[in-house]
Design a binder for this molecule. Structure first.
Ligand code: GUN
Ligand code: FE
Length: 420
């Protein structure tokens, strides 16, 4: 309550705040005043004109207020709902094959290297620093099948101040690179981290899926996987799991669709499958760069939103070649406009809606919106301080000197620089 934390205001910021709410895609508070308590939570948000009243009420000195510059604003940190940290080493290369061949030719051999912890430390340090610099304050990561390296990724994210859900990948079926898989026992025994991560149905036996569903249910864990990314994959799942109604049904019948589940892609889901997402509360990670780069499909985001299914954005490195969430924002708009070119009646996404998907939408998709996603009282102050007057101009948010900064829970983390 207000009086309890009155003594504990740690920071106060005055300036422009831009965020999404559940009702409004973009809300802009000009000359806002936001107080952060000693635990990094937002204690109050009001008008800068009320600074005297608020400083009395909350017990901070008016001179201790940090005033933002004329060209600066705060926005919530962006949420990458789907990124393969282990694939960062080859991002921007190897995009010349469709998904299933791409996995066998490039992805599985690279992921097998994470048996080597020093290799893992090097790549994981780079991916965490880079994504933070691009404004990703929360990331939902796929690691590899290696437990030690997955734990290391969690530790590195923690050290740099990035919120991370880290999934040790589970797969007991790999016909192409036989050494890059586990026994079902290994795969189940090692999954004690927050995100239960069956790679996708084609690389998991029904036994493994069942046990992972049980582990998730018994421990109330987050779940992530891939679904309906390409048509070829959908056909393969039909072949491998002939007794199920759909790809979604394969996960659902193994208790892997919950309100803490995020499934990447979903380009080719049917209305019936989207209904199952809605009913279970499961969400979709839209990965437009990857969907185009691997020629997988174009997700109709409007249709997903009309089904009232939660949706966030993902970079899907390295199927997507950019680790930047601003790229994911642009690609989301591009795909929506490509759908509009095909059908002029299409209800194109607005940039305001996509801003919401990159922030609050992602937070909802990961079931983290009790604490993050926008500037509501009680949530963590998880924010980007953006300077539109920076060297590179407002579009790319490129800044080479003092400028945009990343705050997680009120604490400054690293400078915010988007590199192309
Ligand atoms: N489906 C199963 N594994 C993967 C992966 O690593 N990347 C993508 N894009 N799709 C997948
Ligand atoms: Fe992926």
């Amino acid at each position: 309550s207000s009086n309890e934390s009155a003594a504990g205001i740690a920071h106060v910021y005055r300036g422009t705040f831009v965020h999404a709410t559940y009702h409004t895609a973009v809300e802009i508070l000009e000359d806002g005043l936001l107080g952060v308590d000693t635990e990094g939570k937002i204690a109050f948000i009001g008008s800068g004109k009320e600074v005297d009243r608020l400083s009395q009420k909350w017990g901070f000195e008016a001179f201790a207020v940090t005033q933002l510059g004329q060209h600066e604003f705060f926005m919530p940190g962006m949420v990458d709902t789907h990124i393969h940290a282990s694939q960062y080493s080859y991002a921007g290369t190897a995009l010349d094959m469709p998904l299933l061949q791409w996995l066998n030719m490039y992805t599985f051999p690279v992921e097998a290297c994470y048996k080597d912890l020093e290799f893992a430390r090097n790549v994981y340090t780079h991916v965490v620093k880079r994504t933070l610099r691009n404004g990703t304050t929360t990331a939902c990561y796929f690691a590899t099948i290696h437990t030690d390296a997955s734990l290391l990724l969690g530790q590195i994210a923690n050290d740099f101040g990035q919120r991370a859900l880290v999934g040790k990948v589970c797969m007991d079926t790999n016909n192409f690179i036989p050494h890059y898989k586990e026994t079902p026992e290994e795969s189940e025994g090692e999954t004690n981290r927050p995100v239960v991560t069956p790679r996708f149905a084609p690389s998991c036996s029904a036994t493994l899926l069942g046990h992972l569903g049980e582990i998730a249910q018994n421990n109330d864990l987050h779940i992530q996987s891939h679904i309906s990314e390409t048509k070829e994959e959908v056909s393969l799942v039909k072949e491998l799991f002939p007794d199920y109604d759909s790809y979604t049904d394969v996960y659902h019948r193994h208790n892997l669709l919950t309100d803490k589940t995020v499934m990447a892609h979903g380009c080719h889901l049917t209305d019936g499958e989207l209904k199952l997402f809605r009913e279970t509360g499961a969400s979709i990670a839209h990965c437009p760069n990857s969907n185009i780069s691997l020629c997988s499909g174009m997700l109709d985001v409007r249709r997903v939103l009309n089904h009232k299914v939660k949706l966030g954005l993902g970079t899907d490195v390295a199927g997507g070649y950019s680790p930047s969430m601003l790229d994911a924002v642009r690609r989301t708009l591009d795909t929506s406009k490509a759908l509009t070119i095909q059908d002029t009646q299409y209800h194109t996404l607005t940039f305001e809606e996509v801003f919401r998907l990159a922030t609050l939408g992602g937070s909802q998709a990961l079931s983290l919106d009790e604490n993050t996603g926008n500037f509501e009282v009680g949530k963590d102050f998880d924010a980007l301080r953006v300077n539109t007057d920076a060297a590179g101009g407002p579009i790319d948010l490129i800044n080479h000197g003092e400028g945009p900064k990343v705050y997680v829970a009120g604490k400054r983390v690293v400078p915010f620089v988007e590199r192309p």
